[in-house]
Design a protein around this ligand. Structure first.
Ligand SMILES: *Cc1c(COP(=O)(O)O)cnc(C)c1O
Length: 301
């Protein structure tokens, strides 16, 4: 369970923050929460190595490589050449002994297929994890997080009218929305897109929700519950001055690090949306990415 911290009044609302960045493994974050479930499944089976993919700055790849390392399992990462800069995450993947194959983005898919085939031909049993921990297990991790939030609300004696966070591959959002759907709660869950535009961005979240809920899904209700805002993205990894100022503000006032790819964008987007909301309880989910904070700090030197 990660703590929910009271940040007091912000933009005429009461703001709280759930510190997923403090999950106590490999710098935490939503990828650490998702990875816990993937590795629980890996431990039940007979797989002897893991294959996944992501960019050089991927939090997911860092966490998966770390989980593999501590189990003495080989980790194979396929990474697009277009986003292969050496970051702290990338340095840690190397430290954990991951084998990183860098290829042009258009052949990432085929390279994954050939890597899996090559490993199987050699007698290995690879476990494949989609980029970002996408898939029903990743969604399940955030259904559990939603239930955790409900328990914490009961303890704190508060009800969050809004929940904001950075939405990327959509599994975090899908899990939260599924949690809300299953609990029948009335509140607004707002994903701030960090890259994708609508309608595609929202459709991918809806696909994840339907895939997780299966026959239980109710298309009209799910559409009503899924709010994916794409006004605050300038493209994956791109950020602007507003985001930089937000990051500085949150660090100076709350002592909490954000980054410009995910959490900084989401916090900035939330602050804009909040201008038309008053006197509500608002929860921001800090989805992690602390190594990215340090990459950016280093660039400012
Ligand atoms: C991956 C990531 C996200 C996006 O999560 P999704 O489940 O892919 O939508 C948000 N914040 C951080 C820090 C991340 O690493």
């Amino acid at each position: 369970m990660t703590i929910i911290q009271d940040l007091g009044i912000y933009n005429r609302n009461h703001l709280w923050i759930k510190r997923e960045d403090l999950i106590p493994f490999s710098f935490g974050g939503n990828k650490a929460r998702k990875a816990q479930l993937f590795f629980k499944e890996i431990e039940k089976g007979d797989c002897d190595c893991v294959v996944t993919y992501g960019s050089g700055s991927s939090n997911h790849c860092r966490v998966v490589a770390n989980e593999c390392c501590r189990r003495n399992m080989k980790c194979y990462i396929i990474s697009p050449a277009e986003a292969a800069e050496v970051t702290f995450n990338r340095q840690m993947m190397d430290l954990f002994g991951a084998e990183i194959t860098i290829v042009p983005v258009e052949v990432v898919h085929d390279t994954i297929e050939s890597k899996l085939k090559e490993l199987k031909d050699k007698g290995h049993h690879p476990y494949f994890i989609e980029g970002g921990g996408h898939g029903n297990l990743g969604t399940e991790a955030y259904v559990q997080c939603y239930q955790e939030i409900k328990e914490q609300e009961a303890d704190l004696g508060v009800f969050f009218d809004y929940i904001f966070f950075a939405s990327g591959t959509g599994t975090t959002q899908a899990g939260l929305v599924c949690g809300q759907f299953l609990a029948g709660d009335n509140r607004k869950i707002v994903g701030i897109s960090i890259a994708r535009k609508n309608p595609r961005g929202r459709d991918i979240v809806l696909d994840s929700i339907n895939s997780y809920l299966g026959e239980k899904s109710d298309d009209d209700k799910i559409r009503e519950l899924t709010c994916f805002i794409d006004d605050y993205t300038s493209g994956y990894g791109q950020s602007d001055l507003n985001v930089q100022q937000t990051i500085d503000f949150v660090l100076k006032n709350y002592g909490i690090p954000l980054d410009s790819t995910y959490t900084g964008k989401a916090f900035w987007g939330m602050s804009q949306v909040m201008k038309s909301i008053h006197d509500k309880n608002i929860l921001f989910i800090h989805t992690g990415g602390t190594p990215l904070f340090f990459d950016e700090l280093r660039k400012r030197l």
